[in-house]
Design a protein around this ligand. Structure first.
Ligand code: SF4
Length: 450
């Protein structure tokens, strides 16, 4: 990495899976407002649904998710009972016509911690309360260590058609440092099983910036992953935040690669995946050329939401489970992070929403600019401001913040179009950040750019 890029690489910047980011959500957000937004959905509104499952069999030391390891399955069963009550209650309130859910995503944690029977109960409840559209994408995150032949075929029979799992790194020394042991043979076997079961799409997650990783080791992992031909591969940088995620204290700061090494690792993975025939998409995704994500990226219609890059164009995202975030045209509503507080609200027949934000017209204009930069490497800010009823002179502060990035060659401005050269994809978040009017630069609120 060129020396002049170092200050940008070290900057703490949001991932922009939403704008404003979750850091801006306010505590004590009126739960009644979230119910009102749900009721105000147009009958024709297209929907996405998300279900959060905050359980895993075992904790990986690098994990940044909202999850825990229950001491018995009973806790998960009780959680599913609460989910069913919450989905049913929300379905009764929703103003959207049934049958408009086009994407349903189970995330976590490890959704496959739940039995197929419990996953089936949730699926049936969402279908009964909101209705899945014909051909809906039904996706789940999973842990390959828990996928047997029976499970794979059972999930496919229920209607799941897309699956994602964490590979991170195939090297044993790395796996030992992060408390996640899974052999290449296991991942290859599970990938074959899922294909035989009929899954239309398989996604792998890889990571860089982990202890014991080197440019050579991540290169080898990328080659091995690509050889299994998953439809999509997402590549994330490890975010070391032990003050926020206490189990990350099991990873020693001293063993972590520095920022230049992280940059080299991310670049090496990208080089291997592109060399193996994958299309680079946005900041950190790769897809086979015939994958839907690659197709929408080529037509400039790629989107970004809480799950990362997506083909999803829904008008609203309705989310269920502890810490889950719903997105409405009017703003965001987040359920209680604490599972007990979340289930108590539901038992009392109330909304579990405890944080949120009503967005302004200016927020929505900035959302459009940031999403265009993150997805398409370019945004015509004059055109977007105009479309949202603003004069682009109100973006002069953003253009001022962009100047150092222009001088470093990370972005260029032509007329009213801001563009990021593709070779600088790892700095997309830094460029997007110039348009974030809520960003304060405070330390330790976001992960580093690289
Ligand atoms: S399986 Fe996934 S969600 Fe669970 S601890 Fe590991 S990384 Fe976190």
């Amino acid at each position: 990495m060129e020396q002049k890029l170092l200050p940008f690489a070290l900057q703490d910047v949001p991932r922009y899976t939403s704008y404003p980011t979750a850091v801006q959500f306010q505590d004590g957000f009126p739960a009644g407002l979230a119910d009102q937004w749900l009721a105000e959905l147009r009958p024709t509104a297209s929907l996405s649904a998300y279900v959060h499952v905050p359980f895993c069999q075992q904790l990986c030391w690098y994990c940044g998710c909202h999850t825990s390891v229950p001491n018995s399955y009973g806790r998960a069963s009780t959680y599913v009972d609460s989910l069913i009550r919450d989905i049913t209650r929300s379905g009764t309130i929703s103003g959207a016509r049934k049958g408009n859910v086009q994407h349903l995503h189970f995330g976590g944690g490890t959704p496959t911690y739940l039995s197929n029977a419990d996953l089936g109960r949730i699926l049936a409840c969402i279908n009964g309360s909101f209705g899945l559209a014909p051909g809906a994408e039904i996706a789940l995150e999973s842990d390959p260590r828990g996928i047997t032949r029976d499970r794979a075929f059972g999930l496919a029979a229920m209607g799941f058609n897309r699956i994602s799992f964490g590979v991170q790194d195939f090297a044993l020394p790395v796996q030992m440092k992060i408390n996640r042991l899974q052999t290449y043979g296991l991942v290859a076997h599970v990938t074959t099983l899922l294909r035989e079961a009929g899954f239309a799409s398989i996604n792998f997650d890889l990571m860089y910036g982990l202890p014991a990783q080197t440019v050579g080791s991540v290169r080898q992992t990328a080659q091995q992953a690509a050889a299994l031909r998953p439809n999509r591969i997402a590549v994330f940088g490890y975010a070391h935040v032990p003050w926020f995620k206490k189990h990350q204290r099991m990873i020693s700061d001293a063993e972590l690669p520095g920022v230049s090494e992280r940059y080299e690792q991310a670049s090496a993975i990208a080089e291997e995946l592109v060399g193996a025939g994958y299309i680079a998409i946005g900041l950190d995704h790769f897809a086979l050329p015939d994958d839907a994500l690659a197709v929408v990226a080529s037509t400039g219609t790629l989107r970004r939401n809480f799950q990362g890059y997506t083909t999803d164009t829904a008008d609203a995202l309705i989310a269920f489970g502890a810490s889950a975030i719903s997105e409405f045209p009017q703003g965001f509503a987040q359920a209680a992070r604490d599972t007990l507080a979340w289930s108590e609200a539901i038992t009392d027949g109330k909304s579990p929403v405890m944080r949120g934000l009503a967005t302004t017209a200016e927020d929505r204009m900035r959302t459009a600019i940031i999403e265009q930069i993150m997805c398409n490497f370019a945004a015509d800010i004059g055109q977007i401001a105009d479309r949202h009823g603003f004069n682009n002179t109100m973006l002069k502060d953003s253009l001022f913040r962009l100047q150092p990035l222009v001088e470093a060659g990370l972005t260029n401005i032509n007329g009213s179009t801001v563009r990021v050269p593709k070779e600088h994809r790892l700095f997309l978040r830094s460029v997007a950040c110039a348009f974030d009017s809520h960003y304060t630069g405070a330390k330790n609120r976001h992960a580093k750019a690289i």
